[in-house]
Ligand binder design. Structure first.
Ligand code: FES
Ligand code: FES
Length: 163
């Protein structure tokens, strides 16, 4: 049996994204980040496309992943959380509020990836130290802020979330 994929051939994939099930038809080579953005979830950014910057970070089955390194077909049946899934009824998540109030962003390009990775960290560890935050988030790069206010925002959010 041939395993060759013909150009343009597509596969059906089911993704549960922010608690909504999406059925999509994708080419096997299509990256998850591109599928998310084509669905309209453009809060997830593509910075490098090579697993370096972390701008494309989302949660897959509760764990942070760089969605430029996962094929959509590999995510079939998964539960995905993107930045759009954090606010509830228009109210920002404490991490989003803390980033805003602590000036933890400038251009904002890295911010959704930063927040998603910080969200994963605070699920694992309610009260991380500055060092733990820096270690956990070393795969998220920011070209604007110098990181100080990002770390401050994550600590502030941890407090608000009841650490
Ligand atoms: S776009 Fe995925 S790590 Fe940079
Ligand atoms: S705020 Fe501009 S890259 Fe981080």
């Amino acid at each position: 049996m041939s395993t060759l994929v013909r150009p343009g051939e597509t596969t059906k994939v089911s993704l549960r994204i922010n608690n909504v099930v999406h059925q999509v038809e994708v080419e096997p080579r299509k990256l998850l980040v591109h599928t998310l953005r084509d669905i309209g979830l453009t809060g997830t950014k593509v910075g490098c496309d090579t697993s370096v910057c972390g701008a494309c970070t989302v949660l897959m089955n509760g764990k942070p992943i760089k969605s430029c390194t996962v094929l959509t077909v590999q995510a079939d049946g998964s539960d995905i959380t993107t930045i759009e899934g954090l606010s509830v009824e228009g109210k920002l998540h404490p991490l989003q509020e803390a980033f805003w109030e602590n000036h933890a962003l400038q251009c904002g390009y890295c911010t959704s990836g930063m927040i998603m990775n910080a969200y994963a960290l605070l699920k694992e560890h309610k009260n991380p130290s500055e060092e733990e935050i820096r270690n956990y988030m070393h795969g998220n790069l920011c070209r604007c802020t110098g990181y100080q206010n990002i770390v401050k925002a994550v600590r502030e959010a941890a407090k608000r979330m009841g650490a």
